[in-house]
Design a protein around this ligand. Structure first.
Ligand SMILES: Nc1ncnc2c1ncn2[C@@H]1O[C@H](COP(=O)(O)OP(=O)(O)OP(=O)(O)O)[C@@H](O)[C@H]1O
Length: 603
């Protein structure tokens, strides 16, 4: 049996076994728990499902949300309102559940549109999610007898099943939700969530539609939270504004933080542990329990900053990497590299009358500071164009204005005949612009293989519950991986790579997006002489053989002279000279700029 097939069938068996063990625990727990604890734990199981969604949003994707309780409350109130005012029965129950899920998902989708648009700061989305439960609570308060106002609704008809039955329903729901969440976070999509958490900008510059993915995740998690809220209300037979309130939203964050962000098991343990302990202590130690919970929280945050689950996950990771000789050692990644159809062919097919890139009258101002002033440049296919100039000349700003439509103040940038307008970076990547940054921009906790797979998202897509075993890369990307030895380190997390390897990986990732225009900001900074020579070789081939148009910012003028076929000199935001290497090297004006002389006197 091939390795990949064996690995994936092992994964399936592990998942099935884990779910079976969890279901067995759920099935037998009421036999040894008393009625009181079964009751307490049933409530905790519904809340654990809420915590699970908070973990997907905050733990995995890095969006600090205070508003998940709002969706829980919507599900709970959908149940209570329908059963109180309209009717009770199987049909009404299904109708109420569907209404709860639909209202929660639409609310989450609208909230996502408001919070996650391109350019919105993470703080802004946190504030929007903070406002959501507050607004919803006010709506409930102002609902009068319909919503029960501050007293809520109670005593509505529901299924008065035995407590054990409710426990099983809550337990099975949690196991099913956790199993799907587990399969999801291990899939290609799960890697995208982690990538967004670690480096959202890099995701956008790989063409990943970050805003859309965040909004979709928010909506799906809202649906799950609404189901748990519905179950909670049907079980407890009482709803109150607190179920949709800000306090429950904050408590769910504490459960996740205590249990362990980004671990799935952590939030479940955190929610069940704290809720069950609080219920127990609030009866036996009514004046002390809040204090005890508070002290425990502080102690865990200080002693185990990654939560209680880090004890388990840390031990598991140490066990796994011990056999492989440590996290930085090459090990089986489960990924195979293959060759994607040649970009040479794509470049030839894409050859059109329009130049790959054309910049007209580009201006960029920050307040009264003019950083770029009327820049006109046209990049041709197969041209390696170096942009040089003293510090602060505006070189990096020029790259930013090309790769992000919202950066410039005036002028136009046209990529292969299409004006970029105010497009976001991911849309501009779609036009064929790839960018590497001055400081290497990767995903620390993802492996080399995962990073490459992410880079192919725009072209190959990703499936929600599937982890692909192969990554198809264009020829130049494969060459860079082979030259830097990265093809032997696909399973190594990028934080363990050397500086040179990180540079190589970033370049390979950008090339994996199959750009026609490549923007490289000091790609050789901090590299050794042999590494610089190797990169220079690759860049020359990219331009000459693959027809890419490369804009290169570089301070090393000897390197620039060796590899460029055209140089643009920027000085104080203006284009000083645009010419061949010989013209620029022999220019008195350029010598004066680099010598720091007064330009007026030179001219
Ligand atoms: N967001 C910003 N707000 C205000 N000023 C900015 C901003 N970004 C850049 N600048 C200013 O614009 C000028 C040009 O910066 P830029 O980084 O483009 O220069 P550079 O030529 O790339 O320099 P270096 O070679 O040092 O990287 C600098 O004076 C910088 O302080």
């Amino acid at each position: 049996m091939p390795d990949a097939t064996r690995r994936s069938s092992r994964q399936v068996w592990r998942t099935v076994l884990g779910a079976a063990i969890a279901l067995a625990i759920v099935a037998t727990a009421p036999l040894y728990l008393g009625t009181y604890m079964t009751n307490v734990l049933t409530r905790a199981l519904f809340l654990a499902a809420l915590a699970l969604t908070v973990d997907l949003i905050w733990g995995y994707t890095g969006i600090l949300t205070f508003g998940q309780s709002a969706f829980f409350g919507i599900g709970a109130y959908a149940c209570a309102l329908v059963f109180t005012h309209w009717g009770f029965g199987a049909g009404w129950a299904i109708g109420a559940l569907v209404i709860g899920i639909a209202v929660a998902m639409v609310t989450a989708w609208l909230t996502g549109l408001l919070s996650f648009y391109h350019g919105a700061s993470p703080l802004y989305s946190s504030i929007v999610t903070l406002a959501l439960p507050i607004v919803l609570t006010q709506v409930i308060f102002s609902g009068g007898r319909f919503t029960g106002s501050s007293s809520g609704l109670s005593g509505f008809p529901t299924y008065y099943w035995k407590i054990d039955t409710w426990f099983w329903i809550a337990g099975v729901f949690l196991v099913v939700a956790a199993t799907f969440a587990w399969l999801f976070v291990r899939s290609d999509y799960g890697r995208i969530l982690i990538a967004i958490r670690e480096n959202e900008d890099r995701c956008a510059y790989l063409g990943i539609p970050v805003s859309r993915i965040k909004t979709a995740l928010f909506a799906v998690c809202a649906g799950i939270a609404a189901i748990s809220g519905f179950g909670y209300a049907a079980f407890s037979n009482v709803v109150a504004p607190e179920l949709a309130g800000f306090q429950l939203g904050t408590e769910s964050l504490i459960w996740v933080a205590l249990g362990g962000r980004g671990t799935l098991i952590g939030p479940i343990l955190g929610a069940i542990g704290i809720d069950a302990t609080s219920s127990y202590l609030s009866g036996n130690l009514p004046f002390l329990w809040n204090f005890i919970v508070g002290v425990t929280f502080v102690a865990v945050i200080i002693l185990l900053p990654n939560g209680i689950a880090s004890l388990i996950t840390g031990a598991w990771r140490r066990y796994r990497t011990r056999g492989a000789g440590g996290g930085d050692q090459p090990r089986d990644s489960g990924i195979r590299l293959t060759a994607a159809p040649s970009v040479r062919a794509a470049a030839a097919a894409g050859r059109s009358a329009s130049p790959p890139i054309r910049i007209d009258g580009l201006t960029c101002r920050y307040g009264s500071l003019t950083v770029l002033d009327g820049i006109d440049v046209e990049g041709k296919q197969g041209q390696l164009l170096s942009i040089v100039g003293p510090n602060g000349a505006g070189k990096t700003t020029l790259m930013r204005c090309i790769s992000n439509g919202t950066e410039r103040t005036g002028g136009t940038v046209t990529v292969a005949g299409t004006e970029i307008g105010r497009s976001s970076p991911q849309k501009i990547v779609g036009l064929g612009v790839g960018r590497s940054f001055q400081n290497t921009s990767l995903f620390d906790s993802l492996t080399v293989g995962d990073c490459l797979r992410l880079a192919r998202y725009r072209i190959d897509g990703a499936r929600p519950f599937y982890r692909s075993e192969t990554v198809a890369l264009p020829e130049p990307a494969l060459e860079i991986l082979a030259a830097t030895g990265l093809d032997q380190r696909l399973g190594v997390e990028t934080r363990y790579l050397s500086h040179g390897m990180k540079r190589g990986l970033e370049l390979a990732m950008v090339l994996a997006t199959e750009p026609r225009v490549l923007l490289l900001d000091e790609p050789t900074a901090g590299l050794t002489k042999p590494e610089r020579t190797a990169i220079g070789h690759v860049l020359t081939r990219l331009a000459e053989e693959y027809g890419l148009c490369i804009f290169l910012i570089e301070h090393d003028l000897d390197f620039v002279r060796e590899i460029s076929n055209r140089i643009v000199v920027l000085h104080q935001g203006k284009l000083l000279l645009d010419g061949t290497v010989e013209e620029v090297v022999s220019s008195e004006l350029v010598k004066a700029v680099y010598a720091g002389q007064d330009l007026e006197a030179t001219v």
